[in-house]
Design a protein around this ligand. Structure first.
Ligand code: SF4
Length: 403
C-alpha cells in the first residue's frame, strides 16, 4: 500500500485542486480569517463573465479535470453563485462550495447548489459547543446554523467536509469535535493548521511540539474516520514514521519524543472511542496527498491574482491578463516552489523533503521567504532511526525527489 497518495496526473502540469475566492464579503468576522472578510463585495472582483472565463481556463488543464472549489468570504454573498456553479458543472468540472455558517446556509440555498451541480460543500466547525465555536467565529448563532446546514446537506446527499482551524483556543477540544464529526457524519475532517496571514495572528498558534502532538492525534483519528491536514505537510512525515514503526511492531513512544499534549488528546480520543464502541482500522482511512503550494494546488484571488495557496499571497500573474494554465505551468514563482532543491534550513537538508516540503505559506508568513524552513516542524533531519525502511517507502514516490 502507498501511504502517500499520488495525484493521477503530473502535478506540475495540472493542479489536483483549484480554489477560487468568489468574494471577501461575509457576515462573520472569524478570528483567523485568511480573507479578512468584510461585509461588502469588492467592486473590483472578477465579474460573472470573467468568472466564466476562469472556469473555461480550469477546463483547459485537460482531463481528469481539477476539483474546482468556490470559496470566500461567503460564496452565497454573490448573486451569480448558482449560475457559476451550474456553468462549471456543465463544463464537466467537479465542483464544491465553501459557504459560511450564516442564515444564508439554509436548505433552500443548499438545494439550489445541488440542483446547479455542486457535489460537495465544506463547513467550518472550530469548537464542539455553540459557546466555543461562536466565540471563535465572533457571531452568536453560527454553530447552530452550521450544524443545521450540515444536517440539511447530508439529508439531500450533498457530501460534507468539515474544516477545523487548529489554534491554542481549541487544541484540547479536538477529541470532542472528532466525536461530533463521527456522530453527524462527514466525507472528511480536515484540520487546518494556522498560517499567520489575514486576521490570524502568531500568538493564536500552537507550538511546534503541539503540531507534532496534533498530527500524531490525526493519525490515530484516521483509523476511525477519513481525516487530513491542510497546511500541515509534515503530517506526511509522521504517517511514514508511524507506518514504519507499526510494520516493525515497535511502540511509538520509544522512538518519538512526544509532546505531553499528545497523551491528553490520546486519552480523550480513547475514552470517546470506548463510549462510541468504535473499532480501529488496521491502516489509516485517508492517506495524505503528495501535493504542496503551487504543485497540485492553486488559488485564484477575488481580483484574479494566481497564488500558489490561499495562505501564500504571492502572485504568479493575473487571470485577467494571462491564462491560468500558463501562469500555473510557467510562472517563475510556481516553478521555483516546485524545486525542493531551493528549500532552505532544515527542509533543505531533510530526507523527507521530496514528500513533505513543509508549508511554504507558513515559511513566507513568518520569515518573508517562501523557501525558508517550515517554522513549526520539530524534526531534525536524519534523526529517524529507520532510514533504510524509509528509503524503501520513498522509492515508490515520484516525481518530486531531491536531486
Ligand atoms: S524539516 Fe521540512 S521537509 Fe523535513 S519533515 Fe520538517 S517540514 Fe518536512
Amino acid at each position: 500500500m502507498d501511504y502517500i497518495r499520488q495525484p493521477v496526473s503530473e502535478p506540475s502540469e495540472r493542479p489536483f485542486m483549484i480554489i477560487w475566492e468568489t468574494t471577501q464579503a461575509c457576515d462573520l468576522a472569524c478570528r483567523h480569517c485568511r480573507a479578512e472578510a468584510q461585509p461588502l463585495h469588492d467592486p473590483k472582483a472578477l465579474n460573472t463573465q470573467e468568472a466564466k472565463a476562469l472556469l473555461n481556463q480550469a477546463v483547459a488543464f485537460g482531463r481528469p479535470h481539477p476539483l474546482f472549489i468556490f470559496t470566500g468570504g461567503d460564496p452565497f454573498k454573490r448573486e451569480d453563485i448558482f449560475e457559476l456553479v451550474r456553468y462549471g458543472a456543465d463544463l464537466g468540472l467537479p465542483v464544491a462550495v465553501s459557504p459560511s455558517g450564516t442564515p444564508l446556509l439554509n436548505p433552500a440555498n443548499l438545494q439550489r447548489l445541488k440542483e446547479a451541480g455542486a457535489k460537495a460543500i465544506s463547513l467550518s466547525i472550530d469548537g464542539s459547543t455553540a459557546r466555543r465555536h461562536d466565540d471563535f467565529r465572533r457571531v452568536p448563532g453560527s454553530f447552530l446554523l452550521t450544524t443545521a446546514g450540515w444536517r440539511a446537506a447530508r439529508e439531500m446527499n450533498l457530501k460534507v467536509q468539515i474544516n477545523t482551524t487548529v489554534t491554542r483556543y481549541n487544541l484540547h477540544d479536538l477529541p470532542n469535535i472528532f466525536r461530533l464529526v463521527q456522530q453527524q457524519g462527514a466525507l472528511t475532517w480536515s484540520l487546518f493548521f494556522l498560517v499567520p496571514t489575514g486576521r490570524a495572528k502568531q500568538e493564536d498558534e500552537i507550538s511546534a511540539g503541539e503540531y507534532e502532538a496534533v498530527m500524531h492525534f490525526l493519525y490515530d483519528v484516521s483509523k476511525y474516520i477519513s481525516a487530513k491536514p491542510t497546511e500541515g505537510h509534515h503530517y506526511k512525515r509522521i504517517v511514514l514514521q508511524r507506518v514504519i514503526l507499526e510494520e516493525k511492531g515497535l511502540p511509538v513512544e520509544q522512538y518519538i519524543d512526544m509532546h505531553p499534549s499528545y497523551y491528553l488528546l490520546k486519552q480523550d480520543l480513547d475514552r470517546i472511542v470506548g463510549e462510541l464502541n468504535l473499532t480501529p482500522r488496521e491502516t489509516i482511512k485517508r492517506t495524505p496527498m503528495h501535493i504542496n503550494a503551487g504543485n497540485g494546488f492553486v488559488f485564484v484571488s477575488v481580483r484574479g491574482e494566481v497564488f500558489p495557496s490561499g495562505f501564500l499571497p504571492l502572485s504568479g500573474g493575473n487571470v485577467r491578463h494571462r491564462s491560468l494554465v500558463d501562469i500555473y505551468r510557467n510562472s517563475a514563482l510556481f516553478q521555483e516552489l516546485r524545486d525542493v532543491n531551493l528549500y532552505e534550513g532544515r527542509c533543505g537538508l531533510c530526507e523527507f523533503v521530496g514528500v513533505c516540503g513543509g508549508s511554504r505559506s507558513r515559511a513566507f508568513a513568518m520569515t518573508g521567504d517562501p523557501m525558508a524552513e517550515e517554522p513549526f516542524c520539530d524534526y531534525q533531519p536524519g534523526s529517524f532511526p529507520f532510514q533504510k525502511e524509509l528509503a524503501a517507502h520513498l522509492e515508490h514516490l515520484q516525481p518530486v525527489v531531491k536531486k
